[in-house]
Design a protein around this ligand. Structure first.
Ligand code: NAI
Length: 416
C-alpha cells in the first residue's frame, strides 16, 4: 500500500490523494487551511451542484463540505462510496441524513458557535437603537419628517441588561454590555460562571422585574417554546425593551405585538421568527409587521463575513483532525473520541454496529497479525460503536480486508 511520511508515521492514504469536494462557495479559508495541512486535492465549487453532477462528484469524494442548500439524503449518501467525513460549513445539519451518514461510518461536523460574536455585537447595536428610538426616527426622516427630541431616549450606560440563557452568545453579550457601562443580570437553567460583575438571578421572573432590556439567548427546546408570552411581557418593567435573536418559537408574536401597541413594552428587536420565508420570493407575514417600535431583521444575527471565515476554519480543522487522527470531537451524529497518538504506533479506526462480541472479533484479527495493542478507546452512540486502536505493528494490506469482514462492520480504516 502506498504511504506518506508524516512525522514518524507513514500514512496508508496520503493526504494529497484524499479527494475533498467543497460546494456552495464555502469560504476560501477552508481550502487554504486544507491545502496548508497537505490536503491539496480540493475541488472548490462556487455553488451547489445539480442533482446528477452532485451524485457523480460524490462517487469519488472522500470528504465533502457543504452549506445549507446541498441535500445529502440517504440516496445521495449511498452513491458516495469513498466518503468518510462530511463538513457542514454552517450551523444547521438538517440537510444531511445524519442517521444514514452514521450508518455508513461517516461523521458529520458543523460549526455551531463560530458566529457567536456576530450575534453578540448585533444585540449591543440593537440595544442602542432601541434605547434611542432610532429605528422610528430614521423611518420618519426617510418620510420627510424630523422627530428631533430627547424624550424617551437613554444611554446604555447605567441601564440594566437582563440576559436569558448565558451560554456562548449570552455570555459574550454580557462582556460587551459591561464594556458599555451596563449592569448585567442573567438567568440560566444550568449553573454557569458569571463573567465580570454580571449577577445571576434565580429565575426568569427576577430578570424580567429588574431589566431595562431583556435579551433572549436560549435554544429551541420544549421548555423554551413560548417562554415569553403575555404573562412574562406583563411582568417586564413598563417602558422596557425586548430583544430576540435566539429562536422564533421562544416568543409569542401576537402577545409581543399587543405589548408594543399598548406601549407597556417600549420597543423590541426581533431577528428570528416562528415562520420565516424560505426564500426571497416568499412574503414575510408576522403580527409585528408595521409596528413602528419593532425593529425586524431577517435572521441575520450570525450573518457576517467574519463568521463565514470562522466557520470555514472551524469545520476544516475538525475535518483534518478526523482525517489525520480519527478525532470526532464536535461530530453531531457520532461517538466522540479524541486521542493522542503513541509515538511510532499504527492507528486503526473501526466503526461498527454496537453489538455484543464485536470488540472480541476485532481484537482476534489484530492478535492474529501479531499486533500488540498500545491503546484502545471505544465510544458508542445509540447503535453505532467507534473504536480507535493504536498497535505497535500491522500489515495494512492483509489486516484491512479481515477487519472489514468482522460482522457488524460499517467502515474501517488504517490511518498510518
Ligand atoms: P448555547 O447552547 O451556548 O447557550 C444556550 C444557553 O441557554 C445554555 O447555557 C442553556 O443552559 C440555556 N438555557 C436553556 N434553556 C433555558 C431556559 N429555559 N432558561 C434559561 N436558560 C436556558 O447556545 P448559543 O450558541 O449561545 O445560542 C443561543 C441561541 O441563539 C440559540 O437558540 C441559537 O439557535 C441562536 N442563534 C441565532 C443566530 C441568529 O442568526 N440570530 C445565530 C446563532 C445562534
Amino acid at each position: 500500500m502506498k504511504t506518506e511520511t508524516a512525522g514518524t508515521r507513514r500514512r496508508t492514504l496520503p493526504r494529497s490523494q484524499i479527494r475533498v469536494l467543497l460546494l456552495e462557495g464555502v469560504h476560501e479559508r477552508a481550502a487554504e487551511y486544507l491545502s496548508a495541512m497537505g490536503y491539496t486535492n480540493v475541488r472548490h465549487e462556487p455553488d451547489a451542484l445539480p442533482q446528477v453532477e452532485l451524485r457523480d462528484a460524490l462517487s469519488s469524494a472522500h470528504v465533502v463540505g457543504i452549506r445549507s442548500r446541498t441535500q445529502l439524503d440517504a440516496e445521495a449518501l449511498a452513491t458516495a462510496r469513498r466518503l468518510f467525513a462530511v463538513g457542514c460549513f454552517c450551523i444547521g445539519t438538517n440537510q444531511v441524513d445524519l442517521s444514514a451518514a452514521a450508518h455508513k461510518g461517516v461523521p458529520v461536523f458543523n460549526a455551531p458557535h463560530s458566529n457567536t460574536r456576530s450575534v453578540a455585537e448585533l444585540v449591543i447595536g440593537l440595544s442602542v437603537m432601541l434605547m434611542r428610538g432610532i429605528f422610528e426616527k430614521s423611518t420618519r426622516v426617510h418620510e420627510g419628517g424630523w422627530l428631533k427630541t430627547a424624550a424617551g431616549s437613554h444611554e446604555l450606560r447605567g441601564r440594566t441588561l437582563g440576559i436569558v440563557g448565558y451560554g456562548h452568545i449570552g455570555s459574550q453579550v454580557s462582556v460587551l454590555a459591561e464594556a458599555m457601562g451596563m449592569h448585567v443580570v442573567f438567568h440560566d437553567i444550568r449553573p454557569v460562571l458569571a463573567l465580570g460583575n454580571a449577577r445571576p438571578q434565580p429565575d426568569l421572573a427576577s430578570v424580567l422585574q429588574i431589566a431595562d432590556i431583556v435579551t433572549l439567548h436560549v435554544p429551541d427546546t420544549p421548555e423554551t417554546r413560548g417562554l415569553i408570552g403575555k404573562a412574562e411581557l406583563d411582568a417586564m418593567r413598563p417602558g422596557s425593551h425586548l430583544i430576540n435573536a435566539s429562536r422564533g418559537t421562544v416568543v409569542d408574536g401576537d402577545a409581543l405585538a399587543a405589548a408594543l401597541v399598548s406601549g407597556h413594552v417600549a420597543g423590541a428587536a426581533v431577528d428570528v421568527f416562528e415562520k420565516e420565508p424560505k426564500g426571497k420570493d416568499e412574503t414575510f407575514e408576522n403580527p409585528l409587521r408595521g409596528i413602528p417600535s419593532a425593529i425586524l431583521t431577517p435572521h441575520v444575527g450570525g450573518s457576517t463575513l467574519e463568521a463565514q471565515e470562522a466557520i470555514a476554519i472551524d469545520v476544516a480543522t475538525k475535518l483534518v483532525s478526523y482525517s489525520d487522527s480519527g478525532n470526532t470531537t464536535g461530530a453531531v451524529n457520532f461517538p466522540q473520541l479524541n486521542l493522542t497518538a503513541h509515538e511510532g504506533c499504527h492507528r486503526v479506526l473501526h466503526i461498527h454496529r454496537n453489538a455484543p462480541g464485536i470488540m472480541a472479533h476485532i481484537n482476534e484479527v489484530l492478535s492474529s497479525h501479531g499486533a500488540n495493542i498500545l491503546g484502545q478507546h471505544l465510544q458508542t452512540l445509540g447503535d453505532i460503536g467507534y473504536v480507535v486502536i493504536d498497535v505497535d505493528s500491522i500489515d495494512a494490506a492483509e489486516a484491512l480486508p479481515q477487519l472489514k469482514g468482522v460482522e457488524g462492520t460499517l467502515r474501517t480504516r488504517i490511518l498510518y
